[in-house]
Design a protein. Structure first.
Length: 371
């Protein structure tokens, strides 16, 4: 009622000549802007598929729509290569009036920073990036926590004591995952070994499949991966082996092969950030959330996994959430890399800075990191 009276008062004053037409137009424009939905853009590095990295971000976008309804209008551009093409797409989204833009790929960080300089009124969220600006925030998840838990399951399920790992690029995030997986596996199976194949690709289903097949031929009977498709899961299903799903639950692709899934949960974070723009509280910052924050979840066990193994993994997940378990803590003995150097002294744990700059492979991994 009071809004209606205020509106009538403004109209009366304008009619009487006390308010200029320019002032009235400004008021109308402000009201229209207040009522207009927040336009949010997403940029995806691969096509939107049924499962995988991009699928989880697409689920996050849908969660924003479901939570905020008419207050937002979201859109996405898929299969955008990192580099110059990404800069063009991000710039286009800003020019189209999107005032919040999510760029979930490490290779989008520099293009995001370039565009952000030219659009200071647009908020950018660089997902997996590490550079910030007044209008650029970063967010990432502690994927390694889920990897450690998956390693426990793999260590219990393997018969050959050999696991395979199909990896994209030797960046710290991937090294964290390989090392945590190996530490989790060897925490319950000290004889376990992990063999790594590097692809230098994030998304190449034929190469992912070939790498998985090569690892199975090397006696690996359970396999993990850090790439963008479901090809490794399909290969495990085809060969009658076991595999750890990553990004998404992949039981539709590998109903017999899936041991467990390490899933990424982006809906809560994306919704929170959109709300912050809507209420004017958005600020640049850095978030690195994991199991505790609900950004990483392990579950979706396959039918071949005994209940005792499921219960063990879920119990350790609760321990991580409560801070009782740290994947990169040396509890009983020094942790060494696979060249024999102590990398975590007994009784200590790595700090975030050390984890974020990880450049070694832990004992038990067969492979090397170029330095």
């Amino acid at each position: 009622m009071y809004k209606n009276l205020a509106g009538r008062a403004v109209l009366a004053l304008a009619a009487a000549g006390f308010l200029s037409p320019v002032f009235s137009q400004q008021q109308q424009q402000q009201q229209q802007q207040a009522q207009a939905p927040l336009k949010i853009g997403f940029v995806y590095v691969t096509p939107v598929t049924d499962a995988g990295w991009v699928r989880q971000h697409e689920e996050g976008r849908k969660a924003v729509d479901a939570a905020l309804g008419a207050k937002v209008r979201t859109t996405y551009v898929e299969n955008v290569a990192e580099g110059a093409d990404a800069e063009r797409v991000i710039r286009d989204l800003a020019q189209q009036g999107n005032t919040l833009i999510f760029t979930p790929s490490f290779g989008y960080m520099e293009p995001t920073m370039k565009v952000a300089k030219d659009f200071p009124d647009v908020k950018f969220e660089s997902i997996t990036g590490y550079k910030t600006a007044p209008n650029v925030a970063t967010a990432n998840a502690r994927y390694y926590e889920g990897r450690y838990l998956a390693g426990i399951a793999a260590g219990r399920m393997t018969k050959t004591n050999i696991a395979g790992y199909v990896a994209g690029f030797p960046i710290p995030e991937v090294l964290q995952g390989i090392n945590a997986f190996t530490l989790g596996m060897r925490s319950v199976n000290p004889s376990a070994q992990v063999r790594v194949v590097w692809l230098n690709e994030w998304f190449d289903p034929p190469k992912e499949r070939d790498a998985a097949m090569a690892l199975f031929n090397q006696n690996a009977d359970v396999i993990a991966f850090h790439t963008g498709s479901t090809a490794v899961m399909a290969a495990a299903q085809e060969r009658g082996k076991l595999a750890i799903a990553y990004h998404s639950d992949m039981r539709k692709i590998a109903p017999d092969a899936q041991v467990v899934a390490v899933t990424h949960q982006w809906g809560g974070y994306y919704t929170q950030r959109a709300k912050a723009v809507l209420d004017g509280s958005w600020k640049s910052g850095k978030l690195w959330g994991g199991v505790k924050e609900g950004m990483i979840r392990v579950g979706d066990f396959g039918t071949k996994v005994p209940k005792a193994v499921q219960d063990e993994v879920l119990a350790r997940q609760k321990d991580i959430a409560a801070g009782r378990l740290q994947p990169f803590r040396a509890a009983a003995a020094d942790v060494r890399d696979n060249e024999g150097h102590t990398v975590i002294a007994k009784g200590t744990q790595l700090g975030d800075d050390q984890i974020l700059t990880m450049n070694w492979l832990v004992e038990g991994v067969q492979g090397r990191v170029a330095r």
